[in-house]
Design a protein around this ligand. Sequence first.
Ligand code: ZN
Length: 244
Amino acid sequence: MRYAILADIHSNLAAFQAVLEDLKKRGGAEEIWCLGDVVGYGPDPHECIQLLRQHRHLCVAGNHDWAAIGNIDTSYFNPEAAAACHWTAERLTREDIVYLHSLPLTLCQGDFTLVHGSPREPVWEYILSTESALDNFAYFDTRFCFIGHSHAPLVFELDQDNLCQLHHLPSELPLKQGRNRLVINCGGVGQPRDGNPRASYAILDIEEGLLHHYRVEYDISLTQQKMMDSDLPLSLANRLSVGW
Ligand code: ZN
């Protein structure tokens, strides 16, 4: 079985389409595992939900998904994110809202836990340090956990002596070797934040025991133009050029 691991699409249809094209070129996947924040920031919330739902997929809820349907207060957001959230909420169809309400916070699939932020606080917590990762290994039972939220392709590895190490996500991550547990972030599709503006995603190949990480070029200016035409905050459009 092959799974496409996608996170933080953030209403960026051009990036999402480019990732799906790339996935197809590489032989496709049986299922998409989406780690939340399908909407928020970008110009095409409805279209992104619609496109995701055209594929066999699993998806967990992210903070922006919840904010767009009023499950959480946007006062926790910075002003630009809050403005984009209100804009998003007005553009969701009834069906989109029902879909976002249906998303669970956590899913378990075999050896893998799926969550947006962290196993401890699925919607809010960012795992960016070995300290927070170390705490979070106690909050899930599977060997591996896929996360999103920080939009940074990182791997946290817990060894048998309970020591946690941080690595950049390599282009090929072996999952069969050893018994170390991993928290893995495959980066963001629609708003990368690691200084690389290309869309980030991965393909999990269970038989190979490998996670393949890919970066995909997409038409950033197309998304930016739509954002400007929609009067979304300019800073949110500009950051896409630099991957931050
Ligand atoms: Zn996000």
